[in-house]
Design a protein. Sequence first.
Length: 131
Amino acid sequence: FNEKLNTIFVNSGLVLNEFRDYEFTPKVPVKSGVISLFTGLPPGVRMEISKIFISGDNSIYTLPSNEIKLVSKSSYINENNSDNIELITIGKDDRVDIFLPSYVPKIQKIIFRIKFSKLMLASNSICNSDK
C-alpha cells in the first residue's frame, strides 16, 4: 500500500474462469497514491480487472475499469476489451502499479474484482476437430 510501510499483504488461492473479489485490509488505514499488486503466475494467464472497491472514511469508492490507470513490470496489457482491463502474464514475477485518484481517502480495505483464466495452447478448431 505504501512504500514507507514496506508491507506486503498476501492473498493466496486463485479461482479460474470467474470474477472473484480479492480483498486486502491493512492493519491501520493508509493514504497512498499507488497500490502495487505482486503476482507470481505462470505464462499465459489472463488477468481481467473489472473494478476496484476502496473503503475509507465510512464510504466505498468504486473505480470501474475505464478509470483504472496502471503499469506493469512484465505483463502485457490488452486494452481492446471495452469492459475490463486485461493483463497477460509471461511467467515472471510481476509488479502491477495501480494509480489511485487523489480523492481516495485513507484506505481501510481494498477489493479487486478480478477474473483469472489460462490461455489456450491450441486454437479451438484444432481442439474440436475430428480425427
